[in-house]
Design a protein around this ligand. Structure first.
Ligand SMILES: Cc1ncc(COP(=O)(O)O)c(C=O)c1O
Length: 396
């Protein structure tokens, strides 16, 4: 039997990043559209709160599930903005990014062989964290012809006696689709009918375009008592490197297990980051709005370029900062291959443009490509300028 950790990959995006960095080190200009890391600085008041925390000597162990002022700020935010029903701030657990939150959540929730339904394509780490928790990911395909909405009927058809939970992510990585209220209501009702848990990953809750509405799954009556909500400060406040996320867990047994796992894995998030996060949540929110506006501008620039480029059919995302495109059968290929990796490799070699091959996100991602527009506007503009021509020259 292979060790459970040996089943985890090193990640396609890391491979692309390494190639780009290698080219950059050799003096080549590269455009970093391969991964989702906000280009912005953290808001000034967040930096100041962190500097003050350092000056005030807040450099010791904290309460392992988070400092009280942060947990209170999160409780306020999730009960008012996300409209979650939460008994008190003891049900909020601060984690080392949403990634760590997901890891301990699946570890706490699953027993060997339990199944979790998730969309395909999906950010790779979800299936890997389900496996690390002893579970089995069960994929439900997101279909272009349905505008990539998660299909409740297909979810229900995937349920077996071993199904423990349905994982939902909106806005979604890698497609950028925003789940409609009707889709979420239907999923909540399925979960209620089959007595399943719901995991709601809302890492991109504030990265929304064209006035799209973010609905928190846990706010829906049928979902209220069965949802574990997962949030991140990485995208909303550009705090990706500072590593802070949080879970909202109503179920007392799950909460108890999660608290034990926090103690045994990190025993509390970096104290200084926690003060920054409290300032981010309680302070002015204009930086978040300004970032979303800038992302929308980048989305439009890149989408228009892909519309003009041959061999791709792009989907216009309603949220998150990814552009997902289907590679058309006419793609001539590169280096003797015609798959999604061949397009990613071609764009690196021909123009120094980073992207992620769709197959990195699951079988349904095959023959697709993802461009992240979280790098600077200048880089997105440059990539948009180059892409139509570079693709047109492929195979010639
Ligand atoms: C869907 C989704 N959830 C969670 C995360 C993790 O965010 P964090 O930086 O808080 O670990 C990401 C990061 O890319 C993501 O795409």
């Amino acid at each position: 039997m292979t060790h459970i950790v040996d089943q985890v990959s090193f990640g396609a995006i890391v491979q692309v990043r390494d190639r780009l960095l290698e080219q950059q080190a050799r003096g080549r200009k590269v455009l970093r559209l391969e991964s989702g890391d906000p280009s912005f600085d953290i808001p000034v008041h967040v930096r100041e709160a962190m500097e003050k925390a350092l000056r005030d000597g807040h450099t010791h162990y904290t309460a392992s599930t988070g400092i009280p002022i942060l947990r209170k700020a999160i409780y306020q935010k999730v009960t008012t903005e996300n409209k979650l029903t939460v008994p008190n701030d003891d049900h909020v657990v601060v984690t080392n990014g949403a990634m760590h939150g997901l890891y301990i959540l699946f570890r706490a929730m699953l027993e060997e062989g339990d199944e979790v339904i998730l969309p395909d394509p999906m950010w790779t780490e979800i299936a890997e964290n389900i496996r690390l928790g002893g579970g089995k990911p069960v994929a439900v395909r997101l279909r272009e012809e349905n505008g990539y909405q998660y299909d409740p009927a297909e979810i229900e058809a995937a349920i077996t006696p071993r199904t423990k939970a349905i994982f939902v992510n909106t806005p979604q990585n890698p497609i950028g689709v925003v789940a409609s209220r009707a889709t979420l209501e239907a999923i909540a009702q399925i979960a209620e009918r089959h007595n399943l848990l719901l995991v709601s990953d809302e890492a991109y809750e504030h990265v929304l375009y064209d006035g799209a509405e973010h609905v928190s799954l846990g706010s829906l009556p049928a979902a209220q008592n069965r949802t574990i909500s997962v949030y991140s400060m990485s995208k909303t406040y550009a705090m990706s490197g500072l590593r802070l996320g949080y879970l909202v867990v109503n179920d007392p047994l799950l909460l108890e297990r999660i608290k034990k796992l926090v103690r045994c894995t990190i025993n509390g998030v970096n104290s200084v980051t926690q003060y920054g996060a409290a300032a981010a949540l309680t302070g002015p929110q204009d930086a978040t709005k300004a970032m979303a506006q800038e992302y929308q501008k980048r989305r439009d620039i890149l989408f228009d370029a892909l519309e003009e480029a041959p061999y791709l059919k792009a989907f216009k995302p309603g949220g998150a900062f990814y552009l997902w495109a289907r590679i058309l059968p006419e793609w001539p290929g590169y280096d003797g291959k015609r798959d999604d990796w061949s397009m990613t490799n071609y764009l690196i070699d021909a123009a120094g443009i980073g992207s992620s091959p769709g197959s990195a996100f699951g079988p349904a991602g095959r023959d697709h490509i993802r461009f992240a527009f979280s790098c600077s506007t200048a880089q997105v503009e440059e990539a948009a300028r180059l892409l139509p021509d570079v693709l047109a020259k492929a195979g010639k």
